[in-house]
Design a protein around this ligand. Sequence first.
Ligand SMILES: [Fe+2]
Ligand SMILES: [Fe+2]
Length: 157
Amino acid sequence: MTIVDQLVDDHAFFNEKFKELEALSSDPNKEQTLVQASALVQGFSERHRLHLKRESSVLFPALLGYLDEGQGNTARVEISHHLRDEHMGLEHHIHALEQDLVTRPPNAEWPKSFRSLTDVFTPHMRNEEEHIFPEAVRLMPHNQLETMSQAQYFPAF
Ligand SMILES: [Fe+2]
Ligand SMILES: [Fe+2]
């Protein structure tokens, strides 16, 4: 298994959680709904923290090193932009949704925060799967991608 396989698995997990949250959002204020939504968002958020480290601290910095200054300039700019802006935006949206659900009483408008999150998260994942990950697979040695999947310690980025 490579780090790209892990990242794609994470995306599948996130899409699954989004489906479950979408189902709950049709009746957002029932006590049981709120308990379940809270647990789903917590599980999502924990896995996303790890996912972000795998991308921002392990895969993307290494990928940038493989993109030649001249040939890969567009890709470098795209990945740098992607790292800084999109990931910060995603964390902001996840935090807003968490806040809605931990506030007492919970914010009845949590499905709005959920939709704001999926509006940016879904195209973000698609871009990674269609452009960034294939570029990593094309440029980086397979055994390096495998070794990266075993990274247990993530340096600060
Ligand atoms: Fe990402
Ligand atoms: Fe991702």
